[in-house]
Design a protein around this ligand. Sequence first.
Ligand SMILES: Nc1ncnc2c1ncn2[C@@H]1O[C@H](COP(=O)(O)OP(=O)(O)O)[C@@H](O)[C@H]1O
Ligand SMILES: [Mg+2]
Length: 307
Amino acid sequence: MDEIIGLMGRDQLVADLVAEIRKGKHVILSGPVGIGKSAVLKAALEKAADKIALLIKLHDHQAKGQFVDMARQMLALGLLSAKELDLPAKLHDTPGPAIDWREVKSQVNRMSMRDLTQALIPALARSESKPVIAVDDLTSLTPTQMAFWLAIFDCAQVIGCASEKKARIRKLWWKMKEIEVKPLPAEVVRVIVKKYIEAKGVLIESPDLYISHVIKQAGGVPQAVYDMLDESGKERIIDKRKVREMRHEAGVSYLDFTPMVMILGAVIVSMRYVGMGTGDKTLYIMGGLGTALFLTFRFFVFKGVGR
Ligand SMILES: Nc1ncnc2c1ncn2[C@@H]1O[C@H](COP(=O)(O)OP(=O)(O)O)[C@@H](O)[C@H]1O
Ligand SMILES: [Mg+2]
């Protein structure tokens, strides 16, 4: 799907990110899952390619996997030697790019983060041009793992993504320029939906109703848009009933009635006790009836909202 639609409505953001990359800043792209952080990062790296002499891309979500992958790529780039990774002596004369990763992978995997960091840092530091490390996910780190990352910050430029700003790694955030990836505006979502409908040839009874429904439900999150479109793509024809049945959690979460329902419930229940205390029979009966109705109503509301 991405090939047909491409990256929509993110030109400014990509340009901002490219500018920060050129300035040599560490950058963190923040925003919820599915908002488009990885897509923006990818586009910016492509655009800045001529300015980046040495790029290491990490896709693992775990710090250990990220460091192992860093070691693999640095071996392949000839930035790191077998000796520095403490690989068997017979490999010490083999240049990094000639080493078969499959043979050494498990051994590198067994290294501690500390040993890995100690091997990686001098190798990164002696690189003529400052390496750029693009790490897709920096959301979940323990404080120890964060310390290893901070050590990397001194000898490489780090561009990362995070779906949550965890307090325990705020020291990392302090060192990074934050670029927030915001929900896509409705007009952009509209264009995405139209392109998709055209490309897939989905038949829709009332396209305007369908499109405005997707816009509302997706809350500007492209992944949510795609999830709904893919769901619709399975149908031969989308009629009005199907549109009404569609919903997506990303949009639904904006429509949280819980506090309102709780207050209404409290008012109805207290009516019953006020009625009892003041001897107002009508209020007492109304409160009792109201409570029963409220409980039934609540059951249906929550079911309807999809909780
Ligand atoms: N601006 C956009 N226009 C069109 N598709 C997009 C856009 N942003 C993201 N996407 C698509 O939405 C999906 C989720 O984006 P992704 O970058 O993986 O989100 P994140 O990394 O924030 O979780 C991907 O398939 C991506 O290609
Ligand atoms: Mg991502």
